[in-house]
Design a protein around this ligand. Structure first.
Ligand code: ZN
Length: 260
């Protein structure tokens, strides 16, 4: 994208943000790639190294070998040490400016929270790799705590209270999406007046319904993504650039307009 074109689109996006009251940011894999996390589905992604058929919810519940494989994937494949990148920080900056209702994300890497957005403002449609929950008693563990046990040689750690099965809060294949997060994300999308899609090609459902709910309720749409999406023609501003390039420019323009 030519620099002058990018600048003009950045200005248009900033103008929409300044004038909006209820802004939702929706993020997909394109926001995480700049933190070194390959898209699960892309070349070099997790599904080239692990067989997705091994990671169904059913297999996890019923097969102890399946659980061992899952913990290996969690430890080696999910990049739990990844750091937020300029796109995450720019989105967090919007929150500090009072310009963020919430983030709805397809990513499981917890990087929005690591960049400073409160947990209560992040709706994770596919769960996260940060928290591990006991399926019997409901106790939650930080993955850093479980990692110590994995590093000490445990292949399939169980609950320290009740010996129940521990499961990462990531949504597995064949597992229903988290009902509350999905409900809340849908409601908020319907009542937003500006919906910003960043780094998602909008092909995974039901996540991809969110921008549809938003525009059908009258919200304006901004899309920042490197490739085309099925909703490009609905966008008021369409920016074909990396999230980590475009978002800091947009937020800088917002700050200048609101005098911060
Ligand atoms: Zn337990």
């Amino acid at each position: 994208m030519k620099e002058q074109d990018l600048n003009s689109l950045v200005n248009q996006a900033a103008e929409l943000i300044v004038n909006a009251q209820k802004i939702i940011v929706f993020t997909g894999a394109g926001v995480s790639t700049e933190s070194g996390i390959p898209d699960f589905r892309s070349p070099g992604g997790i599904w080239e190294r692990f067989d997705p058929r091994d990671f169904t919810y059913q297999k996890f519940l019923t097969d102890s070998e399946g659980r061992k494989k899952m913990w290996r994937l969690h430890r080696e494949g999910l990049m739990t040490d990844a750091k937020p990148n300029p796109a995450h920080y720019a989105i967090a900056e919007l929150d500090k400016l009072g310009k963020l209702d919430c983030v709805i994300t397809q990513n499981v890497d917890y990087l929005h929270q690591k960049a400073g957005i409160p947990d209560a403002k992040v709706f994770e449609l596919h769960g996260n790799n940060k928290w591990i929950k006991c399926l019997s008693c409901g106790r939650r563990y930080d993955f850093d705590h479980i990692r110590v046990r994995l590093n000490a040689g445990e292949e399939s750690p169980d609950c320290e209270v009740c010996r129940g099965i521990l499961k990462p809060e990531i949504v597995f294949f064949g597992e229903p999406l988290p009902v509350e997060a999905l409900h809340e994300a849908s409601q908020r999308s319907r009542s937003s007046d500006l919906f910003i899609v960043i780094g998602s090609t909008l092909v995974v459902y039901p996540a991809a319904y969110m921008p549809m709910y938003a525009i059908s309720s009258g919200a304006k749409l901004i899309i920042v993504n490197l490739s085309s999406t099925p909703m490009d023609q609905d966008a008021a501003v369409l920016i074909r650039a990396r999230a980590g390039e475009a978002m800091p420019l947009i937020v800088q323009q917002v700050k200048e307009r609101v005098g911060r």
